[in-house]
Design a protein around this ligand. Structure first.
Ligand code: 3HC
Ligand code: NAI
Length: 721
């Protein structure tokens, strides 16, 4: 009980006060007690430990006793209360947490609090009347934005929108009790959101039409945003009670759609990968990160620029180094442009000043400047000799404890480390392009990498607002290694009769933001060409007499090499798998030249063109990618399927509502994946990527266990060895 007449209800369920069944029951009991007690004149609801609530307990959605909806009647109870109820929002009020606050008659928030309805991000919609109350409070456009994107909004924005009545800088709970005391006796009717009309728009119908188009476009096949839209639309057309019924109906559709399960799996997978371990026994539990007071980036090309930008945004002082003044000036200009664009995106213009503080961002060609940095990220050309030269140099120049990171996309971390005097300090930090945008940071430990180096790289990922995934050292690591067979199959399908646009379409319909050929045109075909030349697969180093479509006894497609030989590097040259309006153009158009070229190619190599249906395109591209994933797990390169899925969702545009490739394999059913791989492998015996992984076969033989149990079969298997 607070000052005399105000009853205090504190939501308590560490760490985020999720509304579990027990928490809900306690809330309901508290409300009923306050209602029955004549000495109570007002109620204040807050959360334990400086957090209001993160909403419904997400784990509860997969249990048979679902309670997402049970929250609704409790919120009605709050709103109907004859005694004023004030929400004191500290830390976070998300999902069902914010819906509780919307049921209260007054909302007061701490200036650092964040609010939102992130249900859409876990495949749901606000299912405790939030889709009906929010538009009544802040209008349809703002409500639609918050509900369909799930973004968190800061307290200051919430105040502007009218989502909260007051923002305070000091003790929110005390301020809420003061407010509760002040409003005792005032009429509650106008404070009950369910009784308010939804604010009208002069052009509501047109607005909703356009909003739906936008929501669908951004959803890439994810159902939740559209159903969130439908629920808000219902608020504009129906009474509160009917709107709530519609909300529940749509909520149930989502709950059983499969996409919600995938998105909730992805939510927990992202948290699971924070708890990294390595086969040698190093783990997040025992390793401590070192602080990074100053970092350096070597090489300011495509990747280096983005990495510098990321570090500056995270407020880490950076030294940016290039090989000569010409490249340095180019790099500096590019970084400044990126920083300016980033500053424009941020709320306060003041950020620009911070970005341009020369003391925090130094450009140089002098390696000696690296003496005092705590961490270096090398992003020079993908060339082993060059990388080794650089690592030898920096291990001499940098202070003894400095961490030496490489952004290589595939090269051997141990070989790079062998050039240094401190291989325990060497680690792969594989950023994804554009590095200041993409969330993934693949962190690769070598044979000698210390646990401290891994922990520090993970900490860096967090500071950069990225998701770090710790993996072992092999060619292409996890992400690119799984990508190789995917891209390879896409090209084989072209040989056999398909077209780039047909294949891209199938994968984009599946939910990828961009198909493999559009992606290849964007990244530049020359990148892979250079790498293949380096590997002796094409170009001058190819032994004479090598068959055009075979390497080392396996099927090989020279198509990407032939395109490069024709100067078709993708967007940058205006021509690749598609044609573009100009060099650097972005609008891909099917190219009759390419179609002709493919027809001639098939003639030359006596390949009979056949029609390839969508199912085959999808399976031929995705199943080998998953198959490689099973090999990666069996080799101990990643410590669980969640790691592979987090990598694919955050680095490769895999549709999150399909939970990642390994989760997807589990939903298809491993026996089916195996049978299809067997079938395709029989048809193409010269393609090793189609040969089913021994681990996949073992899991099928063990009765197709659920994904969470896969790794236990592996340890049993290796224990036996
Ligand atoms: N239910 C169950 N567990 C939750 C949870 C939730 N709503 N929110 C967070 N957790 C767990 C996490 O899994 C993690 O557990 P772990 O320590 O075992 O790994 C722990 O709480 C801490 O979470 P984070 O590691 O994510 O901590 P952060 O400080 O980085 O982030 C957060 C905190 C912003 C609250 C973030 O956890 C988050 O976004 N949570 C989800 C919020 C959400 O989606 N709410 C909507 C729920 S659905 C709903 O309310 C339906 C309703 O409309 C009916
Ligand atoms: P890039 O060719 O755009 O840039 C490399 C930069 O390194 C150039 O500016 C060059 O001047 C500089 N450089 C070369 N030698 C140097 C030296 N001795 N000292 C200082 N600077 C030097 O290359 P990009 O694409 O940025 O790739 C860099 C690294 O990142 C490579 O290892 C690549 O495999 C990897 N990578 C690339 C990705 C991409 O999408 N481009 C994605 C992920 C990793």
């Amino acid at each position: 009980m607070g000052a005399a007449a105000v009853a205090v209800i504190r939501l308590r369920n560490p760490p985020v006060n999720a509304l579990s069944l027990t928490a809900l029951q306690a809330l309901e009991d508290g409300l009923k007690r306050a209602d029955a007690d004549p000495s109570v004149k007002a109620v204040m609801i807050c959360g334990e430990n400086g957090k209001f609530s993160a909403g419904a307990d997400i784990r509860g959605f997969s249990s048979p006793k679902r309670h997402g909806i049970a929250l609704g009647p409790i919120i009605s109870l709050i709103e109907k209360s004859e005694k004023p109820v004030v929400a004191a929002i500290e830390g976070i009020a998300l999902g069902g947490g914010l819906e509780v606050a919307l049921g209260c008659h007054y909302r007061i928030a701490h200036v650092k609090a964040r609010m939102g309805l992130p249900e859409v991000t876990i495949g749901l919609l606000p299912g405790a009347q939030g889709t009906q109350r929010l538009p009544r409070l802040i209008g349809v456009p703002a409500a639609l934005d918050i509900i369909t994107t799930g973004r968190h909004i800061p307290a200051t924005e919430a105040l502007k929108l009218g989502l909260v009545d007051e923002v305070v800088e000091e003790n929110t709970v005390e301020a809420a009790i003061r407010l509760a005391n002040k409003v005792i006796g005032q009429p509650l009717g106008p404070r009950r959101l369910s009784l308010k009309p939804v604010p009208k728009l002069p052009n509501m119908e047109a607005f909703l039409r356009e909003a739906l188009v936008k929501v669908k476009k951004q959803a890439h096949g994810c159902l939740a945003p559209e159903l969130c839209f439908q629920a808000v639309k219902a608020a504009t057309e129906q009474t509160f009670a009917d709107g709530v019924r519609k909300e529940q109906e749509l909520f149930n559709i989502l709950l059983t759609s499969g996409q919600a399960q995938a998105l909730q799996y992805a939510f927990f997978a992202e948290r699971a990968v924070q708890k990294w371990t390595t086969p040698s026994g190093a783990s997040w539990k025992s390793a401590s990160p070192q602080p990074i007071h100053k970092a350096a980036v070597i090489g300011l090309g495509t990747m280096g620029r983005g990495i510098v930008t990321s570090l500056v945004k995270a407020n880490i002082p950076v030294v940016a180094l290039e090989q000569n003044l010409e490249y340095l000036n180019m790099g500096r200009k590019a970084v400044m442009l990126l920083l300016e664009r980033e500053a424009m995106k941020m709320e306060q213009g003041a950020q620009t000043l911070r970005f341009h503080n020369p003391a925090r961002l130094q450009f140089t060609v002098d390696f000696d400047v690296l003496q005092d940095v705590d961490l270096v990220i090398e992003a020079v050309f993908e060339n082993m000799a060059l990388k080794k030269e650089i690592f030898q140099k920096i291990s001499r120049i940098c202070k003894p404890g400095a961490f030496l990171c490489t952004n290589t996309s595939a090269l051997n971390i141990d070989e790079i480390a062998s050039a240094t005097r401190c291989p325990q300090q060497v680690i792969g930090t594989h950023f994804f392009s554009p590095a200041h945008v993409m969330r993934l940071l693949e962190i690769i430990y070598g044979l000698h990498t210390s646990a401290t180096a891994i922990a520090t790289a993970m900490q860096l990922a967090k500071a950069l607002k990225k998701v770090g995934v710790v993996v072992g050292n092999c060619f292409g690591f996890v992400g690119n290694r799984m990508m190789f067979p995917y891209v390879q199959q896409a090209v084989f399908l072209l040989e056999e009769g398909s077209r780039p646009e047909a294949i891209d379409q199938v994968l984009e319909d599946f939910g990828f933001k961009i198909g493999p050929f559009r992606m290849s045109d964007l990244a530049g075909l020359d990148v892979g060409w250079r790498s293949r030349k380096g590997q002796g697969l094409t170009g001058a180093s190819l032994p004479p007499g090598t068959p055009a479509r075979q390497r080392h006894g396996h099927r090989y497609s020279p198509l990407p090499d032939l395109l490069c030989e024709n100067g078709r590097f993708g967007q940058k040259t205006g021509k690749g798998w598609y044609q573009y309006e100009k060099a650097g153009g972005r609008t891909a158009k099917p190219d009759p030249w390419l179609h002709n070229f493919l027809a001639q190619y098939r003639d030359t190599h006596h390949i009979k063109t056949r029609f390839i249906d969508q199912e085959e395109i999808l399976e031929r591209c995705l199943f080998p990618l998953m198959n490689e994933g099973f090999d990666i797990l069996a080799e101990g390169i990643a410590s669980g399927p969640e790691h592979l899925d987090v990598i694919y969702i955050n680095g490769y545009g895999w549709p999150k509502h399909r939970g990642g490739p390994m989760f997807h394999a589990s939903t298809i059913g491993l026996p089916r994946v195996l049978a299809k791989l067997q079938k395709y492998s029989e048809a193409h015996p010269d393609v090793p990527g189609l040969r089913p992984s021994a681990f996949l076969k073992k899991l099928v033989a063990m009765g197709n266990p659920p994904l969470k149990d896969w790794m236990s079969y592996l340890s049993r298997q290796s224990n036996k060895l």
